[in-house]
Write a protein that binds this ligand. Structure first.
Ligand code: KG4
Ligand code: ZN
Length: 356
């Protein structure tokens, strides 16, 4: 089965061609970082306009690199949400248009599901059930994954996502956008124990996250020193902040595995590219006899290969999406109930098992 995946939920326009759910024939990603960098964050309208400009060349390149044409495709998988609605609509409309003209079925994919299945794009694959930690710019969530489409949320962020905290701390420190990769690099020269930034545990059994207090604590530390004209060591701030995030993520994902007696953990999402987090989780795995899986770096951050893969599993269960389907900004996985706000109906997405 040959699937074209399309991703446009934030600031990457991406397309990928996947054969039989296991052979990635192409994976094209056009990043808009240079467009948004001067603003220190993603500007939604600029993102939509860039997607509109890039979607055709990116899809065309993905097909060309895979050596296939639209006529060879058996299915289209496109990110339906969560994300910036204006950006999502570009990919969704493009997929619907191809589907209508070529008669190829399409399926809307949840971006978070794409992330948490991304370890299946690698040779070494987790066995079910496993605990997934998705840490990205928009989400920090823990899931119990029983099957490719049977996914139960166990915890989520109550405020800022882990990647969002990295990006906001980057801004506070005057670093280039996005802050995550820059902080990760600077932290290598810093002392992770230099500044005792707070860890939000939210109760002994909570699997939820909160990173906004940590971000505020970094902001206070920096601003107090700036006001007094006192020097401070940026690598130490980066390393100490990063350590606080890594410790909370690792502790909670380990707790989830222990609570559910599961011996496999998979890490996904942009923050999964963080080398300190990868190393800390590997150490934890060795210590507690837990198998750890994580995608290669280019499959951690946003891509369409993971969307094509999730689409493959939906198609395998005979799920398709209808033409009147809308994009959604909040994931129905994490926020049961209306996902558009204002009482609009839930999107007609493939039936995925969600336990509140
Ligand atoms: O998954 P992703 O590409 O997009 C979303 O779905 O949000 O994640 C992007 C996030 C950004 O916040 C970025 O700063 C963060 O992932 N990130 C990192 C690293 N690389 C990307 N955070 C920490 N360390 C990294 N090496
Ligand atoms: Zn993402």
């Amino acid at each position: 089965m040959l699937i074209l995946g399309i991703e446009s939920s934030c600031d990457e326009t991406a397309a990928a061609v996947l054969r039989d759910g296991n052979t990635l024939l192409s994976n094209v990603i056009n990043s808009q970082v240079a467009v948004h960098s001067p603003y220190g964050g993603v500007v939604p309208e600029l993102a939509s306009r860039k997607h509109l400009e890039n979607i055709y060349p990116v899809v065309e390149a993905a097909l060309r690199q895979a050596g296939v044409t639209l006529d060879d495709l058996d299915g289209l998988a496109v990110t339906q949400g969560p994300g910036l609605v204006g950006s999502l609509l570009i990919g969704l409309s493009f997929a619907k248009a191809i589907s209508a003209v070529k008669g190829i079925p399409y399926v809307g994919v949840d971006h978070i599901v794409g992330h948490l299945l991304s370890p299946f794009l690698e040779k070494a694959q987790p066995e079910f059930p496993y605990i997934a930690l998705v840490a990205s710019g928009g989400h920090s969530s823990i899931f119990l994954v029983r099957d490719h489409t049977d996914i139960q949320p166990l915890g989520r962020t109550r405020d800022d996502a882990a990647g969002e905290a990295f990006d906001k701390v980057g801004k506070i420190l005057g670093l280039e956008y996005p802050g995550g990769p820059v902080i990760s690099r600077l932290a290598e020269q810093g002392n992770p124990a230099a500044i005792p930034f707070p860890r939000a545990w939210l109760g002994p059994d909570s699997l939820d996250f909160s990173f906004s207090g940590l971000k505020t604590s970094v902001a206070n530390y920096v601003h107090q020193r700036q006001q007094k004209n006192e020097p401070f060591n940026i690598p130490d701030v980066c390393a100490s902040f990063q350590e606080a995030v890594v410790e909370v993520l690792c502790t909670k994902v380990l707790k989830a595995a222990q609570m559910h007696q599961i011996s496999t953990i998979a890490l996904a999402g942009g923050v999964a590219a963080n080398s300190r987090l990868r190393a800390a989780l590997q150490n934890l795995g060795a210590e507690h006899k837990i198998k750890i899986f994580m995608p290669s770096l280019e499959l951690c951050t946003d891509n369409a290969a993971m969307i094509a893969l999730a689409g493959f599993y939906h198609f395998s269960e005979k799920a398709t999406t209808s033409f009147d389907t809308d994009a959604y900004s909040r994931s129905p996985f994490l926020h049961p109930g209306p996902v558009f706000g204002g009482g609009s109906p839930k999107p007609k997405s493939p039936e995925l098992s969600v336990e509140p």
